[in-house]
Ligand binder design. Structure first.
Ligand SMILES: [Zn+2]
Length: 419
């Protein structure tokens, strides 16, 4: 199906182009044109110049975007396509056999891309199904975003998330070294480790320390030796402070940050994926039948969580979009990815939110040569919307056109969508 829409060469016209470089003073370009050749951007600039170049090169299709704003596709840095929380909804996923699980994740991947999320970073997926999914997407057999994945998250015996196949239990420095290597062997682009308790564990609290120093050091040093960055599920400040000292590259959630730890994170360039939705998504928990004890713990952590986020922003920590909820999940009138970005925008404003949802994540992933901005030579992973996302982040609610790798996968005006 998507083959029909494979544009060998196309010019996008009648649009304003803007990306995360706006924070560095790169102004939006109105009356812009984008020449897309195969899967990449061949030119971008004033529409007349781009059309002249396209004509000089020969045959091309013209796509009129009808005055839309065009930005890079979003990147969601905290994704679980095989998520199963405690409760009836999660039990359904837990009960799937491997074939059912792969198909379920493929459905999630398609929905994610259609939301305009063209790249995801998976931070714990079950039974290595993520690697099969990534291969299927890359081969064009499944519609979905570009996937960077940690494989299974590393956890101590009985630690956070140990109940399901999206974690691998390890103990001792040797055990954790083997854990890192086993994920790299399977194809992991990064390593995820659980260093403290969390919201979803019945026998732990958010502040439970779960790894000894030698274990933590083993994870970080082994991953770095193999050129993989490390992100940690982490709540309490002392545990995070130690991990940052040891070279941790990213903190997930950060429910209980302090001015001291955010200063250290800023100094070391450690990013924060705050996942603000996790402590404010009662509607989602209800839908999945999440038990009362977990809801209380989660929603109760909300105010402190928001305070942590504000501290990190004030200290100059780089904050990145990540929803934890499935990125496509319909939530509060939009999808989880856009809703999370809106919450972040309340603290950082729309221009920085645009960057936190595009260029910032792509830089963390080390993929800025190919993705993250609208520049010549990069993949044509683009979204279009009518409102100005640099004025209001809610503009992303109106995404009505999505292109990945030069192929249009969604166009609301013509009624087209890749299934
Ligand atoms: Zn998570």
């Amino acid at each position: 199906m998507s083959e029909d829409r494979a544009a060998v060469s196309a010019v996008l016209v009648n649009c304003t182009v803007v990306d995360g470089r706006i924070v560095d003073g790169v102004a939006p370009q109105s009356d812009a044109g984008i020449l897309v050749r195969d899967d990449r951007i061949a030119a971008v600039g004033p529409v007349d110049a781009v059309l002249a170049q396209a004509r000089a090169e020969g045959e091309h299709a013209t796509i009129d975007l009808d005055g839309a704003y065009v930005t890079p596709g979003l990147t969601n840095m905290h994704t679980h396509l095989s998520l199963s929380l405690p409760g009836s909804g999660g039990d359904g996923v837990k009960g799937m056999n491997p074939h059912e699980l792969a198909l379920y994740m493929a459905d999630g991947a398609r929905r994610t891309l259609l939301c305009g999320v063209t790249t995801v970073r998976c931070v714990a997926e079950k039974e290595h199904a993520d690697f099969a999914l990534r291969r299927a997407i890359a081969a064009g057999r499944v519609v979905g975003p570009r996937i960077f994945t940690a494989g299974q998250a590393l956890v101590c015996t009985g630690g956070h998330g140990h109940e399901s196949g999206d974690t691998l239990e390890c103990d001792g420095a040797d055990g954790f070294r083997r854990g890192v290597r086993s994920q790299v062997k399977a194809g992991a682009d990064l390593i995820k480790v659980m260093i403290s308790g969390g919201i979803a564990g019945e026998h732990e609290s958010i502040h439970t320390r779960q790894l000894f120093t030698d274990e933590l050091r083993a994870v970080i040093d082994t991953a770095h030796a193999w050129g993989r960055r490390v992100t940690a599920h982490a709540g309490p400040a002392p545990v995070i402070a130690e991990a940052v000292e040891l070279g941790l590259d990213c903190v997930e959630h950060g429910y209980q940050l302090t001015p001291e730890v955010v200063a250290r994170m800023a100094a070391q360039g450690t990013a924060l994926v705050p996942t603000l939705l996790v402590t404010r998504c009662k509607e989602f928990f209800d839908e999945l039948g999440v038990p009362e004890w977990m809801q209380c713990r989660s929603l109760g952590a909300g105010p402190r969580h928001l305070e942590s986020f504000a501290m990190a922003v004030a200290a100059g920590v780089e904050v990145l979009l990540g929803s934890d909820m499935p990125p496509f999940w319909h939530f509060e009138g939009t999808n989880a990815s856009v809703r999370e970005l809106e919450y972040m925008s309340e603290g950082i404003g729309p221009a920085r939110a645009l960057r936190a949802g595009t260029l910032g994540p792509i830089r963390w992933l080390g993929a800025e040569a190919d993705l993250g901005t609208i520049e010549t030579g990069k993949y044509a992973d683009l979204v279009a919307m009518d409102a100005d996302p640099t004025a209001e982040t809610s503009a992303f609610r109106g995404i009505r056109w999505v292109m990945k790798g030069g192929r249009v996968v969604r166009d609301d005006r013509s009624g087209w969508s890749a299934w």
